[in-house]
Design a binder for this molecule. Structure first.
Ligand SMILES: Nc1ncnc2c1ncn2[C@@H]1O[C@H](COP(=O)(O)OP(=O)(O)O)[C@@H](O)[C@H]1O
Ligand SMILES: [Mg+2]
Length: 265
């Protein structure tokens, strides 16, 4: 062990593996025995309708919620046994972003850099690059409390990336943001995976995930109903279709497409 990092760690270990992962709330099984397999260097889109169990899963994987059952392996380590060794290599942007409102954007990045013990010059250089890429340079001196929703997402993502994690968890990064911010985030994520990083991202927006993801998992009512490479899943069962087809096939179209509201016509 050097600085808490397991140097024997094989680089071919998957980034994330779960076996029969369960999380209950009283009698309700929000995550109902899922076996995730996320290869290193992949861009893994974790899809599912609202309430499917995506956020609960990501909270279990990032140590925000203890699982009720099953096993988790992150970068070859057991996060319950070696939480710090895992946290050092992982970045997280949770659903609620967990930002400190009274810090400026730049102070947010400096704060994260210090917590991770990064050298002052490196914090300065990385912050400048991230702020430029996210088009936040002009807002760097303003407090986060005054940021728009999209700016908050971008600074939270920048803070998660500053320590150069090997694995990045993002819960609904494209939720409620405009096309410009969305493109900036996508391009930052692409350069992150091009450098060997792994992304595990939840979303209920199929179109964006379809374009970005090398691998996809679909969760429905706490169960994994599809998992594999994006190319494989699109053509599974002789289908030559889109991800939407697969999604509706596995999750069920739900509401009747032809339903009408009498009072609306
Ligand atoms: N803290 C909690 N207490 C009780 N039920 C919860 C809690 N968190 C989530 N749930 C329930 O678990 C299910 C999955 O929620 P969540 O993981 O947030 O779904 P998703 O992120 O896919 O929209 C939902 O039915 C939700 O109401
Ligand atoms: Mg959610």
């Amino acid at each position: 062990m050097i600085n808490g990092m397991d140097t024997t760690l094989s680089t071919t270990d998957p980034a994330i593996v779960t076996r029969a992962l369960v999380r209950t709330f009283d009698d309700f099984r929000a995550v109902d025995g899922i076996d995730l397999h996320v290869p290193r260097g992949s861009f893994y889109g974790f899809l599912g309708p609202n309430g499917a169990g995506k956020s609960t899963t990501i909270k279990c994987l990032t140590g925000l919620l203890p699982p009720s059952g099953g096993d988790i392996e992150i970068l070859g380590l057991d996060p319950l046994q070696e939480p710090l060794a895992v946290k050092r290599q992982v970045g997280v942007v949770p659903e609620d972003l967990a930002l400190i409102e009274r810090l400026t954007g730049l102070e947010t990045l400096q704060f994260v850099g210090r917590v991770y013990g990064i050298a002052r010059e490196q914090i300065r250089d990385r912050s400048a690059e991230l702020l430029t890429l996210m088009d936040l340079t002009d807002a760097a001196g303003s407090q986060v409390v005054d940021y728009s929703h999209g700016m908050r997402k971008k600074i939270a993502l920048s803070a998660a990336l500053l320590p150069a994690p090997r694995l990045l968890f993002l819960d609904e990064p494209f939720e409620g943001i405009d096309a410009v911010a969305s493109r900036q985030i996508r391009s930052l994520l692409r350069s992150y995976t091009a450098g060997g990083g792994t992304v595990f991202l939840t979303s209920h927006i199929l179109e964006i995930v379809e374009k970005l993801s090398t691998h996809i998992g679909i969760i429905h009512r706490g169960r994994l109903v599809a998992q594999g490479s994006t190319a494989e899943l699109k053509t599974a069962g002789g289908r030559s279709g889109t991800l939407e087809e697969l999604f509706l096939d596995r999750v069920g179209a739900g509401a009747d497409e032809d339903a009408v509201l009498d009072w609306l016509s």
